[in-house]
Design a protein around this ligand. Structure first.
Ligand code: GLN
Length: 311
């Protein structure tokens, strides 16, 4: 692969590592998830996967990290691929929330229908949908990601998942609320466990960029395989990523970076340059909304220098 990498992209990524790797810790590490507080705050990695099949990367791009909410993108894609009747969209909306990723407030006002599949409430509904359809929802997301990334070593970090489950009062409350409105069809504890476990999958920037490539490539791009989703579905997922992927910072991210993207509190961000690339950046220090500080800054510089923004 390395032979095909565009030297200009490689030079740009090397430059971004130089500029954006935090010399001293920036932002904060999440205190709600015990394992994530132990990560090196100076870590910074970036990878660009191209629809031509090459991957360029720099910094800590091969270090696995906790993908956290980036898994919501893949659980949604997996669900939509198995849902030709689009029944999922009767249970979750496609509107930006303007509230924190773990907020409860809108659920009551909107009768248990979450605003979108990327806030925790919506992702719990998607997970419930997968439990109903496939049984082992978390295992199916792992399998899907192995398939998409070509990396058979991918797995759930079970210690991290169990530790998070002991601190999941808020997500448990969200799941109970959904159940109270009849929008959860499986037992709360089972859905919560599958959700936390798929959030606890560990992947590197290179693996995530590779796994997301179908979103830049009209649904094609499974290593050596059939298409992942119809092009129309990838267009829709990219739209929801743009409006909802960064929670209550979706507007700010669109303004600064101008790409559909999904963040996680592990410090990763996966962004899509439709028709061309996926970019995955990782640096653990988070801003108040739970998005990587250095990662967002690096993506802003990347689109400013390349013109890769969709706008
Ligand atoms: N597992 C985390 C949670 O449910 C994911 C949050 C995130 O990455 N924004 O709170």
């Amino acid at each position: 692969l390395a032979a095909g990498v565009d030297p200009a992209i490689q030079a740009l990524l090397d430059d971004l590592v130089e500029t954006h790797r935090p010399a001293s810790p920036v932002g904060r590490l999440p205190d709600s998830i015990p394992h994530l507080a132990d990560v090196d705050p100076h870590a910074f990695g970036i990878a660009v996967a191209s629809v031509d099949g090459t991957i360029a990367s720099a910094g800590d791009a091969e270090t696995p990290f906790s993908i956290q909410s980036i898994s919501k993108l893949f659980s949604l894609a997996l669900a939509l691929g198995k849902d030709p009747q689009e029944r999922l969209w009767e249970r979750v909306l496609r509107e930006p929330s303007g509230t924190a990723f773990n907020s409860l407030v809108q659920l009551e006002a909107e009768a248990g229908i979450p605003r979108n599949p990327f806030i925790n409430a919506g992702a719990l509904v998607v997970t419930d949908f997968l439990v109903e359809l496939l049984g082992d929802a978390a295992g199916s997301v792992v399998g899907f990601l192995r398939d998409l990334s070509g990396s058979s070593r991918l797995a759930v970090d079970e210690n991290a998942a169990q530790a998070e489950l002991t601190k999941s009062s808020r997500n448990r409350a969200l799941a109970n609320f959904l159940a109270g409105f009849g929008n959860l069809h499986n037992p709360v504890e089972s859905v919560l466990e599958h959700y936390v476990r798929h959030c606890s999958i560990t992947m590197s920037c290179r693996e995530l960029a590779r796994a997301g490539l179908f979103l830049a490539n009209g649904g094609e791009g499974r290593p050596g395989g059939a298409s992942v989703l119809p092009a129309a579905q990838t267009k829709r997922i990219n739209s929801v990523l743009l409006t909802c992927g960064m929670y209550d910072a979706a507007g700010e991210f669109a303004y600064r970076v101008g790409l559909p993207g999904k963040s996680g509190v592990g410090g990763g961000i996966l962004a899509v340059v439709p028709g061309r690339y996926t970019v995955c950046v990782w640096s653990p220090g988070l801003d108040a909304k739970g998005n990587s500080v250095a990662g967002t800054a690096a993506l802003a510089e990347l689109t400013a220098r390349t013109g890769w923004s969709i706008f």
